[in-house]
Design a protein around this ligand. Structure first.
Ligand code: ADP
Ligand code: MG
Length: 634
């Protein structure tokens, strides 16, 4: 077969542009990317051989070799004896970006002006082979796939496209049974990568925990006896905890997060479970959100190993989706090495690991909240919303999750109130846990619906995450106490005395005067199309009106969520509550014959909506009405 010239897919073109322009701050990463690919290739070969013993043959143990040539050319070659690629693999893997989700990352990258962020994104995503073009103006990939005997060469200058041709005899001789040689023709301006100590330094930093030995050599040196590998090449999690330093742990975390992140692990959990099932887990809780945390796929990022052999990065059932912020490895002793994708599904061992890991992590988080609250709260800010998904879809871990949940409340402007704290501060006779749900803590904090609670010093939790409205449906109570929305139904606050310093009426619900009753009837008929009812409030002290959901309707925030999804229209079901004690209401009640009383009714409704952070139905009319009253002020 002769040389074939192909162009890159459009995504690759754009990516290469970014690689060339945005990534210059840390060119070292090219080597880590290539080593990571080489080690993946060795892992995949090991996996294939475990499944199909015929392939194994008489092979050299897995290794990666890095060869510097300053003699006949100025190149660095990264050589592995892994699975290799055939002609089609070369075209598919190095000519297009075929992986799912890639276009979304490309959009993110296009949006990001910040090169550090772009770097971070690329790293997390691992489109790393193209990093080669940061240091090379020409790259050759010579590869032979296991089970074939054809060696092909992919060549590109990283600009428009690439060529594919059969290898020359000399090139083919570089590979034994299978593997890949990446030859980088180093650019003049990055000639520092032709120096062995520089490469050694990079390997020690990034690739120490790569589970395959890495050798570094120079072509012009005629010594051919094997040196020591440059990396430690041992699976960190299999070493006893007592022998592992913090630095070792950190390095491995960096390695897992592809080294791009400036992140540090907030919590490192390393343990071996023994008994019914045996596994070792090393899991890191990052301190920053990964970019794809809220992807609809909810994919986790824990790698599955079996007896130190890498099996897969995406065993879906290994982790609960609400623990998808964790990074790390789980190494099982009980699964067979040649386990197939199908066998991983609904597998009882995997199921047990998943549960054991969740229990352990929740326990550790609870412990962290006691040992180091500040650290725990950092965690909670980043990942609390994700963890709470578990309340919705993992009833079996409900108690463990509720224990670590933290909320804002009317008495705390940090998200640090636990449910136990809340219960310990409940008023005599209080049987419910009050909450208000909305999009924004500040708006919530100032909601008119809270006035009566504040006046009586009754704490109300502020729920700001969308997930809160969902989990409340599957977890209606905490211990003996029911969660109760303050924007819903008729809460009779008259049962609770007001605080000392609140000098206003401490009597039970005041009976409205006949005039106020008349006003309310008038408002009700004016707003008949917009609200289900108009009533006198016990929850207001300073605002003249507020909206609440009817007793048997969904909470106001849930209503907004459903409305956005066009699943629900609750207009006409809400209740407008009126503060009969408010001077404005009293004044209106004195003037029910006024022509503009209907406008006032609409304004009372509109301001209640604005307080909820909702738009008013008719902004033009709203402005006209408001202007009338401003004009006639005094
Ligand atoms: P990623 O490693 O995240 O998949 P890369 O750009 O680093 O992305 O590599 C793209 C693909 O090219 C890999 O998924 C793999 O299929 C293939 N590949 C790269 N290097 C090698 C190699 N040394 N041996 C075998 N396949 C490789
Ligand atoms: Mg890679």
């Amino acid at each position: 077969m002769t040389t074939e010239t192909l162009s890159f897919g459009t995504d690759v073109g754009r990516l290469l542009d970014i690689v060339a322009n945005a990534l210059y701050s840390n060119k070292d990463v090219f080597l880590r990317e290539l080593i990571s690919n080489a080690s993946d290739a060795c892992d995949r070969l090991r996996y294939e051989c475990a499944k199909n013993t015929k392939l194994k043959g008489n092979r050299e143990p897995a290794n990666i070799r890095i060869l510097i040539n300053t003699d006949t050319a100025r190149t660095v070659s990264v050589i592995d004896n892994g699975i290799g690629m055939d002609r089609q693999d070369l075209i598919d893997h190095l000519g297009t970006i075929a992986k799912s989700g890639t276009s979304s990352i490309m959009e993110e990258l296009a949006k990001s002006k910040d090169s550090e962020k772009a770097l971070n994104l690329i790293g997390q995503f691992g489109v790393g082979f193209y990093a080669s073009f940061m240091v090379a103006d020409k790259v050759e990939v010579i590869s032979k796939k296991i089970g074939t005997d054809e060696t092909n060469v992919w060549t590109s200058d990283g600009k428009t496209g690439f060529t594919i041709e059969p290898a020359t005899d000399e090139q083919a001789a570089l590979i034994d049974q299978s593997g890949t040689v990446i030859v980088l023709h180093i650019k003049d301006e990055t000639c520092e990568y032709l120096v062995a100590p520089k490469l050694q330094d990079i390997i020690e930093t990034w690739a120490d925990h790569v589970d395959v030995p890495i050798y570094l050599g120079q072509i012009d040196e005629d010594s051919d006896e094997e040196e020591q590998p440059v990396n430690a090449a041992s699976a960190l999690w299999t070493r006893p905890k007592s022998e592992i330093t913090d630095e070792d742990y950190n390095k491995f975390f960096l390695h897992l997060s592809m080294g791009f992140t400036a992140d540090e692990a907030l919590m490192t959990t390393h343990w071996t479970a023994e008994g019914m099932i045996e596994y070792t887990a090393l899991l890191y809780t990052p301190s920053m959100r990964p970019w794809d945390l809220f992807d609809p796929g909810r994919k986790h990022a824990v790698e599955l190993y079996v007896k130190r052999v890498f099996i897969t990065k995406d065993c879906k059932d290994l982790m609960y989706p609400w623990l998808r912020f964790l990074r790390g490895v789980i190494d099982s002793q009980d699964l067979p090495l040649n386990i197939s994708r199908e066998m991983l599904q609904n597998n009882p061992v995997i199921e047990k690991i998943k549960n054991g890991v969740a229990t352990k992590v929740l326990k550790e988080l609870d412990k962290l909240s006691k040992d180091n609250e500040a650290k725990f709260l950092t965690f909670w800010q980043q990942f609390g919303a994700v963890l709470k998904e578990g309340l919705y879809d993992a009833a079996e871990h409900k108690d463990g999750i509720l224990k670590v949940c933290r909320f804002y409340s009317t008495t705390s402007d940090t998200e640090s109130v636990s449910l136990d704290d809340y219960v310990s501060r409940m008023k005599d006779g209080q049987k419910e846990i009050y909450y208000i749900s909305g999009e924004n803590v500040e708006t919530l904090q100032n909601s008119p619906q809270l006035e009566g609670f504040k006046a009586r010093d009754i704490e109300v939790l502020l729920f700001k995450d969308t997930i809160d409205d969902f989990w409340l449906q599957s977890v209606p109570n905490f211990g003996d106490y029911k969660f109760m929305s303050v924007t819903k139904g008729s809460i009779d606050l008259a049962n609770f005395g007001k605080t000392e310093d609140d000098k206003s009426d401490a009597e039970p619900t005041p009976k409205a005067s006949p005039k106020v009753e008349e006003l309310i009837t008038l408002i009700k008929s004016t707003l008949a199309d917009e609200v289900g009812d108009v009533t006198i409030s016990t929850r207001l002290t300073t605002s003249p009106s507020c909206l609440i959901a009817g007793e048997h309707e969904v909470d106001l925030k849930m209503e907004r969520i459903l409305k956005n999804q066009q699943q629900y229209d609750a207009n006409g079901k809400r209740v407008l509550e009126i503060n009969a004690d408010h001077s404005l209401i009293q004044k209106l009640a004195e003037n029910t014959a006024n022509d503009h009383i209907k406008d006032a009714a609409h304004l009372l409704l509109d301001q209640a909506k604005i307080a909820l952070g909702e738009p008013v139905d008719n902004p033009t009319e709203f402005a006209r009405r408001l202007n009338y009253f401003i004009e006639n002020a005094n």
